[in-house]
Design a protein around this ligand. Structure first.
Ligand SMILES: O=C(O)CCC(=O)C(=O)O
Length: 168
């Protein structure tokens, strides 16, 4: 079946895969993010498990998120007037118990307009066994649903004071 980004996104709530970063850019981006995670700046951006808004701090990240392939995909969904809401890095180390609990981004961010799209960039190999992003296909047709936050030390969305990386 032919892929059609805006239609597939509207039908399923996601579009995957999108070939954006070449191998070299992926590796350099991963190294750059790891350097930040291991630096004292990680605490200014959240903690060593979830770092937010790296683009404000890192010109390199700021450049990557504006790559034409990314902007073009976003534009096909919400049009050319694009406002960046934020950037986040979720760290899922091998054999760790870290995960991101089920949520809808709009609800988490306190937004109500569905003129929003999240771009998820994999900075390492992604498969079902190693913590890939999961979707409930077509669940967006149910609209915004109430959330229950799951408090768990491995949940990267658990407030910092109770999370795995609380002291780091
Ligand atoms: O990486 C994940 O498991 C979740 C990421 C996520 O929630 C997001 O990109 O909005």
């Amino acid at each position: 079946m032919a892929r059609d980004l805006p239609n597939d996104f509207e039908r399923d709530g996601y579009f995957f895969p999108l070939d954006v970063l070449d191998e070299q850019t992926t590796a350099s981006c991963r190294d750059h993010v790891l350097d930040i995670i291991n630096s004292p700046y990680a605490l200014k951006l959240g903690n060593r498990g979830q770092l937010n808004n790296l683009h404000v701090f890192s010109p390199y990240v700021n450049e990557v998120i504006r790559m034409p392939k990314i902007l073009s995909a976003v534009e096909q969904i919400i049009g050319p007037d694009i406002l960046l809401w934020g950037t986040s890095v979720f760290r899922k180390d091998a054999r760790s118990n870290t995960f991101v609990s089920w949520h809808q981004d709009l609800t988490r961010w306190g937004l109500s307009s569905d003129q929003e799209v999240s771009v998820w960039l994999a900075l390492s190999e992604v498969n079902e066994a190693n913590g890939c992003m999961k979707f409930l296909p077509r669940s967006h047709h149910l609209g915004q649903l109430p959330h229950e936050d799951i408090t768990d030390s491995g949940n990267l969305l658990t407030p910092r004071s109770k999370g795995l990386y609380r002291n780091q």
